[in-house]
Design a protein around this ligand. Structure first.
Ligand code: NCD
Length: 365
């Protein structure tokens, strides 16, 4: 693992090593206070974030390191027209590791081809969010004592919710996981995740339209916000925004040890009256995010110190180059930046963009 762009960049062994390290950090906090003394983390956030950016910042500070960067693109050279790939080449001269959030899908992958330091994807469009996944896995592990043999319900915006996409990718490698997808038709999980992640790994998946009908079966309920900023049709957002609201009444049919997760921010999909229920783990989940990011930073820096080549640019390991083709996704980084077009074939023979996983032809993602 040189960079963390999506959950599958970590082998199962590496994922487990990060979680074990996070658990060790939780129980021996003082032992890690000088771990990154003299090292610098750059947080390049092209899209709004409170918890993820502050979580990375707090993680690096707790390791004794320093943090630089920007919290919105308007205050960086992007406003002058600088490309992501140029920005990371510049930032590689100032920082030892980069955490990037971008509204364009595939931007962190493109950045990783040019950076000479590790790049962490802190969320790209509606595509992926692997550090939230590590947060979710650590929380499941701490709350349930295991990350296998669980029935997990995903509720809300499964179409645009990147945290769901990355978590499903990670869970598909664990054994005994059964997934229940709870969403309106318009916000169903993208087909490419259903086929290339769930079906490919034989992870049982069922789909329902209400949370009530599955509540008693669930070990974990993963609630999500309807992602207003990803909608092109405002009327559709208005129609769907209140589809699911978790209340104490709905929770009354759940197992007494079920765990409610939410990557936050919450809008109205969980009422505040649920917060005092011991099953509501979403604020504990936030703190786990800091510990797991501390572990990830340690691991990536360790690996970079041992292996990183001086010029990582132009190492297109994630797919085959094809100048003649273009990605069909208008919010892919390749639509606006001059990065090498890369594609790979999935299990069904569909040619997919290596940056955002949209199909190469005109068919919808
Ligand atoms: C999530 C995200 O940014 O995708 N938030 C987070 O990182 N904790 C979820 C969301 O914004 O709904």
């Amino acid at each position: 693992m040189k960079h963390l762009i999506d959950s599958s960049d970590l082998s199962l062994a590496e994922e487990s090593a990060v979680i074990e390290l996070a658990l060790d950090i939780i129980s021996h906090r003082d032992a890690y206070r000088e771990k990154c003394r003299g090292r610098k983390l750059a947080t390049l956030f092209y899209e709004p974030s409170t918890r993820t950016r502050l979580s990375f910042t707090a993680a690096m500070m707790e390791l004794g390191g320093n943090v630089l960067g920007f919290a919105d693109a308007a205050s960086s050279s992007v406003s002058k027209g600088e490309t992501v790939t140029d920005t990371v080449r510049v930032v590689s001269c100032f920082a030892d590791i980069i955490a990037m959030r971008h509204f364009k899908e595939g931007a962190p992958l493109a950045a990783s081809h040019y950076a000479t330091v590790p790049v962490i994807n802190a969320g790209d469009g509606s595509h992926a969010h692997p550090t939230q996944t590590l947060t979710d896995l650590l929380t499941i592990r701490r709350e349930k004592g295991r990350i296998d043999n669980l029935t997990i319900g995903f509720c809300g915006d499964l179409r645009y919710g990147r945290t769901v996409h990355s978590l499903l990718r990670a869970l598909s490698r664990h054994s005994g996981i059964e997934v229940v997808l709870i969403s309106p038709e318009e916000l169903r999980l993208p087909e490419y995740i259903l086929h290339n992640v769930c079906e490919r790994h034989n992870m049982p998946v069922s789909e329902v339209r209400t949370m009530e009908e599955v509540m008693p079966r669930l070990d974990v309920l993963y609630m999500t916000r309807v992602q207003k900023e990803r909608f092109t049709d405002e009327a559709q957002f208005e129609r769907l925004r209140d589809t699911y609201i978790l209340t104490p009444e709905k929770l009354s049919s759940a197992k007494s040890d079920m765990v409610v997760l939410h990557p936050l921010p919450r809008v109205n999909e969980i009422t505040q009256s649920v917060d005092s229920d011991p099953r509501a783990a979403y604020f504990r989940q936030v703190e786990n995010g800091k510990f797991v990011r501390m572990a990830l930073i340690c691991k990536l820096l360790e690996e970079a110190d041992a292996t990183m080549k001086p010029a990582a640019a132009q190492q297109h390991e994630n797919g085959c180059r094809c100048e003649a083709m273009h990605c069909s996704n208008p919010v892919c980084i390749t639509a606006t930046e001059d990065v090498a077009p890369l594609f790979h074939r999935d299990e069904n023979g569909t040619l997919r963009c290596a940056y955002c996983e949209a199909s190469a032809d005109a068919e919808a993602k």
